[in-house]
Design a protein around this ligand. Sequence first.
Ligand SMILES: C[S@@+](CC[C@H](N)C(=O)[O-])C[C@H]1O[C@@H](n2cnc3c(N)ncnc32)[C@H](O)[C@@H]1O
Length: 201
Amino acid sequence: MNKSQQDKWDYAAGFYDLLEGFGPERRWRPYKQKLYSKMNGKILFLAVGTGLDILSFPPDQDITGIDISPKMLEKAQPRVDAYAGNMTTQQMDVHELEFADDSFDQVFTACTFCSVPDPVKGLIELRRVLKPDGTLNMFEHTGSFTFPFNVMLNFMNPAVKSIGPEINRNTVANVKAAGFKIEKVSHVFLDIVKTIEAKAP
Ligand SMILES: C[S@@+](CC[C@H](N)C(=O)[O-])C[C@H]1O[C@@H](n2cnc3c(N)ncnc32)[C@H](O)[C@@H]1O
């Protein structure tokens, strides 16, 4: 378990809803709802955070949620309890998943692979716990290939990275590098905020 990563997110848990719970989450909610409407079977959700995503989950699903931060999971618990389906959470680092191979039909991620320190390693772990033909469904922000946003994001990244996430990652390339087959990429805001659908071989 990466202790500095855990401490950083434990600290953020105190103000995360104030920062993200109103503008950003409300703006992304319709896109998240569309992605989560594909939920079916045994689902792993990375990362629960304060549970804002739970408000967009369809009912009656079987969901195991994980997060590296116990403080985030503590904040999320009332939303987990209120979910109209079967949902449990566990503290876990995506780099070292404690699940057996082929445990899940689907994996969903939201706004996480900007801050996972070794994204390809984390994605390889997600592929390991997915059943063959299982699907990876991501809502993530990434770098851009569009001028001037690519220049701006690359310029700002070192400063932003020192206090929070990386804002210029090529998550689609990372998903491919982890051995997934990309099925669909849909842009939500420019080519920066996107949904990625991929399949485990
Ligand atoms: C930006 S928040 C997103 C939370 C939530 N999905 C949302 O959209 O509101 C990123 C989350 O990823 C979690 N996280 C960061 N690194 C992680 C890791 N290595 N393993 C598991 N969770 C991690 C953090 O604790 C935090 O809750």
